[in-house]
Design a protein around this ligand. Structure first.
Ligand code: BG6
Length: 470
């Protein structure tokens, strides 16, 4: 075991008392047992059956980290590396295999996970939707169909009723913009459509589903909090030229404010509404919807931050025959000299996390928030395993530290930040990227029956949590 000499008096960045230290995962990415104990298929099980070669190395969601069968061992490891909180998602298709009728064994499984976490002094943070639409509901049109919003509300109510006595931190969605982008604009999630109008309808229904679940939760009077988790990608213009500034503002409205504003303020951003109206893409709504969204805003916010978005004004007129896209209003821009993660092609810009927090403080009533995902993906991480079997991931420790310094500064300046969860606890399967990029504090050796071993960063995380700083 690696011991970090992190003496209390040498802590330079100390976090507020009770700070949430932990990590996040999602059901499809870790559970496995895709057809065990009555679980129904979701869109990932189905899409993999249809097109296995769309997945990195042809590896599908059945080959996950086996959390379903090994959760006790994993929760023990969480304890060992200093978690006081942990976010997981419930698999909708494990709870409601056909989208409508309930599976008692699904309830049993999550009851056991929740109880085991609490037994180990780890607070469960539970998310209801992380990209995994039950197949039977997708056959009805998925989020494009308003009936699916009703099915989701039933599912949410069941979860509150079954688990709400012990779960006090709930989330309606993780990164709702991603299924919109992946499934209906850019072809990286099932159903792989490119249809701006449908994307808008899907986004609208997801937002409505979030407000509807919040309404149900509030009516139950359980003494917990409910929020949403958004991937915020601060939008930086290439220059201060008004055209670049305007392009960046529109990108921000599409990719950040589309969910951020209604979730916190109850209102959609005017810039976006105007574009949708002008271009003829206003979604179908029913009377009372906007009131429901306005009256059921979140108690707190989870922020997933990986990388910024760099934007410039459009240099060419969009092709009139090409499908309508957000990119009709801006171009992406590669900033010269930007810092890159050498092991996964994403920019690293630590200050982005601070800019997000300051924006929340200044423009969103300083809502209570926490970092719900941040992390460093590494392709081919096995090469960093030393002769004792430990992955020497100093780059990950540095990545976390550099981001935490900015979180710390934001807190010093009055931002209402309650915790930091890393993506992720253990290496896991990730959508079409499968096992390409490893993010865990714990490694999972796929060649050795998914054997777990704590990485250097895991031991470091323990000292971080115990010292409440570094
Ligand atoms: C996050 C998602 O945005 O990115 C996770 O919430 C995902 O589900 C993570 O695994 C990393 O993505 P990737 O493609 O690098 O594995």
């Amino acid at each position: 075991m690696i011991a970090f000499n992190n003496r209390k008096e040498s802590i330079q960045f100390r976090f507020p008392k009770g700070f949430w230290w932990g990590s996040a995962v999602s059901a499809t990415q870790i559970e496995g047992a895709a057809d065990k104990d009555g679980k129904g298929k979701n869109i990932w099980d189905y899409w993999y059956e249809q097109e296995p070669n769309r997945f990195f190395n042809g590896v599908g969601p059945e080959k996950t980290s086996q959390f379903y069968d090994r959760f006790r061992e994993d929760i023990q490891l969480m304890k060992e590396i200093g978690h006081n909180s942990f976010r997981f998602s419930i698999s909708w298709s494990r709870m409601f295999p056909d989208g409508k009728s309930i599976n008692r064994k699904g309830i049993d499984f999550y009851n056991q996970v929740i109880d085991e976490l609490i037994l180990h002094g780890i607070e469960p943070f539970v998310n209801l939707y992380h990209f995994d639409m039950p197949l039977e509901l997708q056959k009805m049109g998925g989020w494009a169909n308003r009936e699916v919003v009703n099915a989701y509300v039933q599912y949410a109510k069941t979860c509150f009723a079954q688990f709400g006595d012990r779960v006090k931190k709930w989330f309606t969605h993780n990164e709702p913009i991603v299924p919109v982008e992946g499934g209906y604009l850019y072809d990286f999630h099932y159903p792989n459509e490119v249809d701006f109008g449908k994307a808008v309808q899907v986004a609208y229904h997801m937002m409505l589903s979030s407000a509807s679940a919040i309404k149900e939760y509030k009516e139950l009077g359980q003494d917990g909090k409910i929020g949403i988790i958004l991937n915020l990608t601060p939008s930086y213009p290439r220059s201060h030229h008004p055209a670049d500034l305007q392009a960046s503002k529109i990108a921000d409205a599409f990719f950040n404010r589309s969910f951020l504003d209604p979730s916190i303020t109850g209102e959609f951003p005017q810039e976006l509404v105007q574009i949708l109206d002008e271009e003829g893409y206003r979604p179908e709504m029913e009377d009372g919807d906007l009131d429901r969204i306005e009256q059921n805003t979140v108690d707190f916010l989870g922020i997933n931050y990986y990388q910024p978005r760099r934007v410039k004004a459009k240099e060419y007129m969009p092709n009139p025959d090409a499908p309508f896209m957000p990119e009709c209003f801006f171009d992406h821009y590669v900033m010269p000299g930007r810092k890159m993660n050498p092991y996964r092609g994403w920019e690293i810009y630590e200050k982005g996390i601070y800019d997000i927090l300051i924006n929340l403080k200044e423009n969103y009533g300083n809502i209570e928030c926490f970092i719900s995902e941040n992390g460093m993906g590494v392709e081919g991480e096995e090469r960093f395993r030393d002769k004792n079997g430990t992955i020497q991931d100093d780059y990950r420790i540095e990545f976390i530290q550099e981001h935490l310094k900015w979180v710390h500064k934001a807190i010093q300046e009055g931002c209402n930040v309650k915790g930091y969860h890393l993506w992720t606890f253990m290496d896991n399967w990730s959508w079409t990227n499968a096992y390409k990029n490893r993010y865990g504090l714990v490694s999972v050796n796929l060649d050795k029956d998914s054997e777990r071993s704590i990485k250097k960063s895991g031991y470091w995380f323990k000292s971080l949590s115990e010292n409440n700083g570094f």
